[in-house]
Write a protein that binds this ligand. Structure first.
Ligand SMILES: C[C@@]1(CC(=O)O)C2=NC(=C\c3[nH]c(c(CCC(=O)O)c3CC(=O)O)Cc3[nH]c(c(CC(=O)O)c3CCC(=O)O)/C=C3\N/C(=C\2)[C@@H](CCC(=O)O)[C@]3(C)CC(=O)O)/[C@H]1CCC(=O)O
Ligand SMILES: NC(=O)c1ccc[n+]([C@@H]2O[C@H](COP(=O)([O-])OP(=O)(O)OC[C@H]3O[C@@H](n4cnc5c(N)ncnc54)[C@H](O)[C@@H]3O)[C@@H](O)[C@H]2O)c1
Length: 188
């Protein structure tokens, strides 16, 4: 089955990352584009991970995961090199209604990380439903080349128009025309 694409509001949603190696670093790096309400537990943290943790003032504990650690979290990312622990935390997460992402198997994921582009108010997320993360990455790079830097100011202008003009058919038509013309201008 395919995954439903949604853009999640992370305010008041505490996140726990279990793991402190390469993959935990990538997940942390991506999450920090959207929230810094993130705590970490790992038996060992890499140097680059510790630098990132210190830069953002995150709370972390250097120890093994123990049952119940997820109690106060809305989301857990299990980035350990131990598939048994990924399965166990996924099972445990159900009791706490905590959404789980495990990095080694979609069987233990409530959601998966997309590859994404973020330019101010624009976010484009790409998923292959786990079929090929490498393909998701290259498609992201391809799309990144297509989107000009001016997208940020264009979206600011559009937001301003939507806020200042009265709703209705006239506004809809004008906004539609502007968006169409802006995209057409990329290929000129
Ligand atoms: C998109 C991205 C986002 C991110 O990490 O934030 C992401 N993986 C990325 C990179 C990447 N991951 C892997 C490679 C090596 C090449 C390859 O295998 O293709 C590369 C490429 C590279 O690193 O260059 C290996 C890999 N990945 C997973 C497994 C386990 C498995 O498949 O069961 C294994 C095998 C481990 C092994 O073999 O040992 C699992 C997942 N990886 C996902 C996301 C989720 C599905 C996304 C989707 O396709 O919809 C999912 C299901 C769960 C999750 O992690 O959430 C990020 C690109 C970011 C960017 O640059 O834009
Ligand atoms: N999803 C993806 O995109 C993706 C991509 C490549 C690899 N992987 C998989 O991700 C996993 C992690 O890879 P890595 O390179 O980060 O490994 P790593 O060896 O660098 O890090 C593993 C981390 O898990 C921690 N850990 C292990 N057992 C623990 C426990 N009981 N409690 C707390 N912490 C514990 C270790 O201390 C370490 O910090 C691997 O199994 C790999 O196959 C996933």
């Amino acid at each position: 089955m395919s995954y439903f694409p949604a853009f999640l509001k992370l305010d008041d949603k505490k996140i726990l990352i279990v793991g402190g190696g390469n993959i935990a670093y990538e997940k942390l790096d991506h999450l920090l584009d959207f929230t810094s309400d993130i705590d970490l537990i790992a038996q060992e943290f890499s140097d680059e991970m510790l630098q990132k943790i210190q830069k953002y003032g995150l709370k972390y504990e250097t120890r093994a995961y123990k049952e119940g650690d997820i109690a106060q979290y809305a989301i857990v990312i299990v980035a350990v090199d131990d598939i048994g622990l990924q399965a166990a935390i996924f099972e445990e997460s159900k009791a706490y209604k905590c959404l789980c992402n495990a990095v080694d198997s979609v069987d233990y994921c409530d959601f998966i990380f997309p590859s994404y582009i973020k330019k101010e108010d624009l976010t484009i997320a790409v998923s292959t439903s786990g079929a090929s993360p490498a393909m998701a990455k290259h498609l992201r790079r391809y799309l990144q080349e297509l989107i000009p830097q001016s997208i940020g100011s264009f979206l600011k202008e559009m937001r301003g128009l939507r806020e200042s003009l009265p709703k209705g058919k006239e506004r809809m038509k004008m906004l539609d025309e502007k968006a169409k013309n802006y995209i057409q201008s990329w290929s000129k």
